[in-house]
Design a protein around this ligand. Structure first.
Ligand SMILES: C[S@@+](CC[C@H](N)C(=O)[O-])C[C@H]1O[C@@H](n2cnc3c(N)ncnc32)[C@H](O)[C@@H]1O
Length: 241
């Protein structure tokens, strides 16, 4: 079985700060956590989402099982879609499960999921599959690594040696048939700057984007800069009332 259970980090606090609504606003909201892993959102002590109103969809069966153990009253949806990092045996272009598409949500949260997909998958999943699941006036929040901010670049590139080691490890993993991906978006430029052009495209999956590129992809969105300790910017898209 896959083993992609994530470390705990306070994602609810991140999203609540980015949206700027009081904690009480979340209490009656029905939430879909897309790529929610083992429910880090619910594990946040500040979280005011009721577990019975919380739906987590993920491609990682082991993460969902851990989430279900901790919060049996929440809803855990397995999605067997191909992902180069997390589910390389999954089905490419797999549609969302009907257990999710038969419902509507007030809020859809997506933390650090489209950092490991192509731009096309991000655009199509958000635009064609997730936005239509929002109730009128609902809100979708997703994140990305910005090329216009220092923190994500520092995190991945100023520790240059570590970054290269990670790349090499990734390549080795690929040749062992376990996976590891390729780089998408503008990050190829960074690799070239780092003298790593031999490793581009085929070897590491990690997406960085210019803010103006995100604006072009989602013209109605609002972009909020990352709030520490996180390093990802937030995209907020609101459904019409
Ligand atoms: C970096 S982790 C973030 C997990 C979680 N959002 C959190 O912050 O704790 C990325 C997650 O996205 C999931 N994932 C990857 N591709 C996906 C897809 N196409 N649909 C749903 N989940 C996906 C992975 O299994 C993993 O749990």
């Amino acid at each position: 079985m896959d083993n992609h259970v994530h470390d705990y980090y306070p994602i609810f606090s991140y999203f609540a700060t980015q949206l700027g609504q009081p904690l009480s606003w979340w209490e009656d909201k029905k939430v879909l956590d897309f790529g929610g892993n083992w429910g880090n959102v619910l594990r946040d002590p500040n979280c005011t989402i009721k577990p019975e109103n919380y739906h987590c969809l993920d491609v990682s069966q082991s993460a969902l099982e851990q989430g279900h153990l901790a919060f049996p009253e929440a809803h855990w949806h397995l999605y067997n879609r191909f992902n180069l990092v997390y589910n390389f045996k999954g089905v490419k272009g797999e549609p969302l499960p009907t257990s999710v598409t038969d419902q509507k949500f007030d809020v859809i949260l997506v933390f650090s999921v489209f950092t490991t997909t192509s731009v096309t998958e991000m655009q199509e999943t958000i635009g064609n599959e997730l936005i239509p699941l929002l109730n009128p006036g609902g809100v979708l929040m997703t994140t990305y690594l910005s090329l216009d901010a220092q923190a994500p670049l520092s995190f991945f590139l100023q520790k240059r040696l570590g970054f290269q080691e990670k790349l090499k490890l990734s390549v080795r993993n690929k040749f062992k048939g376990r996976w590891y991906g390729y780089l998408v978006g503008s990050a190829n430029v960074l690799l070239k700057n780092e003298g790593l052009e031999a490793l581009t495209e085929q070897h590491l999956m990690l997406a960085f984007h210019k803010d103006e590129f995100i604006k072009a992809v989602f013209p109605t969105c609002t972009i909020k800069r990352f709030v520490s300790p996180e390093i990802q910017h937030c995209i907020i898209i609101e459904a019409p009332q």
